[in-house]
Design a protein around this ligand. Structure first.
Ligand SMILES: Cc1cc2nc3c(=O)[nH]c(=O)nc-3n(C[C@H](O)[C@H](O)[C@H](O)COP(=O)(O)O)c2cc1C
Ligand SMILES: C=C(O[C@@H]1CC(C(=O)O)=C[C@@H](OP(=O)(O)O)[C@H]1O)C(=O)O
Length: 387
């Protein structure tokens, strides 16, 4: 069974991650994990915190001489900002407590977290509700990507829209719509968008929001290529791969909607305009003429690109803050607090989406081709491909 836990406060000393269930003998490239961590830190619209952090992973268990042992992998990511918070975040009791945060920001976990856990200092909520935690998930996803690679699976993401600025028409979803050159253009764009003119318009939209003291959301798409037929199942509700992807993507802070394949657009069309005709190639291969299903039929992968889109709401911390309530006094106030914040995180969200896709596919791959070592898994995989 594959599982992981993350721990750590945003301004505590570090994030800690324990991953269990990776097979033994998998070669691990630590620098590739660090590259993914840095991709998550980037994108136009990030705030001051990302200038402080330089995320990098340290292994504490489960890997020896560059290969997994089959035992739990422990990873740590340092919070460089911790040095500025040692007193405020001290685990020891303090004689003099820091000024509590009592003004709640609409749209963040401030109000709900304080009510649920009975915190009078909203700092106790912010620290773990913060999306700092998504760095830990990207490290896990990056390990998973390294397991998926020998099975021919690669995962990418790109940004389709920022606020009201985006591709005018739905993009095709078939294999040839995702050539390697597309991803090269995406990685070169500060918005993680392959279209240079659209990149400029997205940046202008973020700047406009920033100047107004406001923030923007948007839509990113995650694509897995080379996924074999047969991952997931219709046999129980929670084994459907579509359902698992929905849960995984909606767990990303700010994610408010998920679409698979043609998504909402499929609901507007008729059956003959939606369903993907299956063909059998002369070489014995299977392919679909279109990919409105986004690579999943009946909760099972069908061999086409797995395509998932995620809509992120705008960041809740506004430089021109919204009205709120001071929890200490119960007073309605005109403006809640503002420290520093990102203005737009859709490109970073896409990198987190890649990690969640890698995690879901790892679980599904282990279920189908399970093994205690990579070699054993590959034997099961190869046997099923030649059957
Ligand atoms: C990568 C990333 C960075 C984020 N940065 C901020 C931020 O700087 N300020 C902020 O208020 N919210 C930020 N958010 C959004 C909040 O974490 C999120 O809105 C909050 O946890 C409440 O969860 P919900 O929006 O899903 O209800 C970020 C989200 C992501 C994915
Ligand atoms: C630290 C990260 O994102 C943070 C997510 C976040 C939030 O409220 O979710 C608030 C900000 O933190 P701070 O208050 O320290 O500026 C972001 O920088 C990160 O992505 O690594």
């Amino acid at each position: 069974m594959f599982r992981f836990l993350t721990a750590g406060e945003s301004h505590g000393p570090c994030l800690t991650i324990i991953v269990e269930g990776l097979p033994a003998g998998l070669e691990i490239d630590r620098e590739a994990i660090d590259r993914d961590l840095r991709r998550r830190q980037g994108g136009y619209g990030r705030g001051g915190r990302m200038k402080i952090e330089r995320d990098s992973v340290r292994f504490l268990s489960g890997i020896r001489h560059g290969r997994t042992l089959g035992s739990p992998v422990t990873m740590q990511i340092e919070n460089r900002d911790w040095v500025n918070w040692q007193q405020a975040m001290s685990p020891e009791p303090l004689e003099e407590l820091p000024e509590p945060v009592t003004r709640v920001r609409p749209g963040h976990a401030d109000f709900t977290g304080a009510m649920k856990y009975g915190h009078r200092d909203v700092r106790n909520v912010i620290e773990r509700a913060s999306s700092r935690e998504t760095a830990a998930r990207v490290a896990v996803g990056s390990l998973c990507r390294q397991l998926l690679q020998p099975f021919g699976i690669s995962i990418h993401s790109h940004v389709l829209a920022i606020a009201d600025v985006g591709y005018e028409e739905p993009r095709p979803l078939t294999r040839d719509a995702y050539p390697p050159s597309l991803w090269e253009q995406v990685e070169a764009s500060p918005m993680r968008c392959a279209d240079p003119a659209l990149t400029e318009r997205m940046i202008a939209r973020i700047l406009e929001a920033k100047r107004a003291g406001d923030t923007c959301g948007g839509v990113f798409e995650v694509v897995a290529l080379g996924v074999p037929i047969g991952l997931g199942s219709y046999s129980q509700w929670d084994r459907r791969l579509s359902a698992r992807l929905g849960l995984a993507m909606l767990s990303i802070p700010s994610a408010k909607a998920v679409e698979i394949g043609a998504g909402l657009e499929a609901a507007r069309r008729t059956g003959s305009q939606v369903h993907d005709v299956l063909r059998h190639g002369a070489d014995g291969s299977w392919y679909h003429v279109t990919n409105n299903a986004g690579g999943i039929e009946g909760g099972i992968t069908n061999g086409e690109p797995l395509v998932v889109r995620v809509a992120l709401k705008p960041i809740p911390s506004l430089a021109h803050p919204l009205p709120a309530v001071d929890l200490a006094s119960g007073e309605n106030i005109d403006q809640t607090r503002y420290e520093r914040s990102d203005v737009c995180v859709v490109p970073a969200g896409g990198v987190v989406g890649e990690a969640m896709m890698a995690i879901v596919l790892t679980e599904a791959l282990l279920e189908k081709y399970g093994g205690d070592s990579l070699e054993e898994m590959l034997r099961h995989f190869q046997a099923s491909q030649s059957a």
